[in-house]
Design a protein around this ligand. Structure first.
Ligand SMILES: [Zn+2]
Length: 97
């Protein structure tokens, strides 16, 4: 009977250690969750600022597009160099000072 009791104790200890292991891993998991959330935010920003927009290879191309937009009545567009793809996009937001 003592061996069964011992086995039960060993099971209990294993369960405790597994639980403690999860707890110790909590910070790593939280860190990972935060990194994933911030990567998702970054991807959403990139989608809005870059991937969902027309891309122009040069400022001259972008300005040509601005001119043709103006001809169709869309004014106030600015070209900006994209930090994500290194191309040029158009925005209707005022240029930053
Ligand atoms: Zn871009």
């Amino acid at each position: 009977m003592t061996s069964r009791k011992g086995a039960a104790k060993a099971r209990q200890r294993a369960a405790f250690e597994a639980g403690a292991g999860d707890l110790g891993d909590l910070f790593a998991r939280e860190e990972r969750r935060r990194a994933e959330a911030s990567a998702a935010r970054e991807a959403a920003l990139r989608l809005r600022a870059c991937e969902s927009k027309n891309r122009y290879a040069s400022l001259a191309d972008a300005e040509e597009a601005i001119a043709s937009c103006a001809a169709y009545g869309t004014r106030g567009l600015h070209a900006y160099r994209c930090p994500h793809c290194n191309g040029w996009h158009l925005t209707s937001k005022p240029a930053r000072p």
